[in-house]
Design a protein around this ligand. Structure first.
Ligand code: ARG
Length: 271
C-alpha cells in the first residue's frame, strides 16, 4: 500500500479546557491535565512529521478551548476551502479564525449557509464525500457541499450521541476502504455503507468508546488512539501499519487524533 504525504493543519491546545458540555464526553467538573494535553498533542504532531507529513499551525485564540479540534475548522479539497458554522455558540468564534487562516494561505473561499462543522462531519472517501448529520452538521449543508466541491455527497445519518461527528464513527483508510461502527448509523445509512464499501472494517463498540475510529490514515499508516487495540489488530491484518497515540486529556472533550487534524488538499495531484 502506498502512503501519501499529507499537508495538515493543527492548533496547539494552549487554551484547552473542558469548561462547557456540548457532547456526552464533556464533564466540566472532571479534572483535566492541561500540560499533559499539550504534551500528548505534541506527540501527535511529531508522529505526523516522522511519517513525512507537513504540519502547519494556526495560532490558538484565548477563550476558545475547543480550537485544538482543527478538523472542525473547515473542509479543504482541491484548493477550495469551505468555512464552517458551528451549532453551538461556545465554538462560534473559531469559524472566522480558521476562515482567515485559509484566506491568508490562498485557498478559494466558500461560506456555509447552514450549520457545517467541517471535516468533523465531511470526509472524502475516494470519489464520494461522506457527510454526517443528526447532531451537528445540518442536512441542508450537504447540498451546498456537493455544489461547491463537485463530488457526489452521500448523507450519513448518525444516531448515537456519543458519536456526534462522522469522524468519531468512521475512518477513511484509503481510496477504496473505510472502517466504521455500524451501530452509530441509521439502518439506511448502514445499508449504504455496505453497498459502497463491501470490504470495510467493522469496528466494535469497545474500539469506538475509546474514539478508536477518530483516526488518520495516509493510505498505509493509520494513526489511532492507543487504547483501540482490537481495531489496530484488524487494520494490521489488512496490511496497514498502525501507530497508537495517547490523547487521554483531549478525549475528555470528545476528541481524538482526527479531530486535532485538518487535511489541506491542494488539488488532484496531492489528494
Ligand atoms: N468538544 C468538541 C465539540 O464537541 C470536540 C470536537 C471534536 N471534533 C471532531 N472532529 N470530532 O465540538
Amino acid at each position: 500500500m502506498d502512503a501519501t504525504s499529507q499537508r495538515l493543519l493543527m492548533c496547539r491546545p494552549t487554551y484547552f479546557a473542558v469548561d462547557y458540555a456540548i457532547n456526552p464526553w464533556m464533564d466540566p467538573s472532571a479534572p483535566v491535565d492541561a500540560a499533559l494535553a499539550v504534551r500528548q498533542w505534541e506527540q501527535l504532531r511529531q508522529t505526523y512529521l516522522d511519517l513525512g507529513h507537513t504540519v502547519e499551525e494556526i495560532t490558538p485564540v484565548p477563550g476558545l478551548p475547543d480550537m485544538v479540534f482543527a478538523a472542525n475548522g473547515g473542509t479543504v479539497i482541491d484548493g477550495k476551502a469551505m468555512a464552517v458554522q458551528f451549532r453551538d455558540p461556545q465554538r462560534a468564534d473559531e469559524a472566522p479564525a480558521f476562515r482567515a487562516w485559509f484566506e491568508a494561505a490562498g485557498f478559494e473561499m466558500y461560506d456555509p449557509k447552514h450549520v457545517n462543522e467541517g471535516e468533523g462531519d465531511v470526509l472524502l472517501a475516494g470519489d464520494h464525500l461522506l457527510a454526517g448529520t443528526g447532531f451537528r452538521t445540518a442536512h441542508a449543508s450537504h447540498a451546498q457541499l456537493q455544489e461547491v466541491f463537485g463530488y457526489p455527497v452521500i448523507t450519513m445519518q448518525l444516531v448515537d450521541p456519543r458519536f456526534y461527528h462522522l469522524d468519531t464513527a468512521l475512518t477513511v483508510l484509503d481510496e477504496r476502504t473505510v472502517a466504521y461502527l455500524p451501530e452509530a448509523f441509521s439502518p439506511g445509512s448502514q445499508a449504504v455503507l455496505r453497498r459502497l464499501f463491501p470490504d470495510a472494517v467493522h469496528a466494535t463498540m469497545a474500539d469506538a468508546e475509546v474514539l478508536g475510529l477518530n483516526a488518520v490514515s495516509d493510505g498505509r499508516h493509520v494513526v489511532l488512539p492507543a487504547q483501540a487495540t482490537d481495531l489496530a489488530g484488524k487494520l494490521r491484518d489488512r496490511g496497514y501499519e498502525t501507530i497508537g497515540v495517547d490523547l487521554s486529556e483531549l478525549r475528555k472533550a470528545g476528541g481524538g487524533p482526527k479531530c486535532c487534524t485538518l487535511r489541506l488538499r491542494q488539488g488532484k495531484a496531492s489528494k
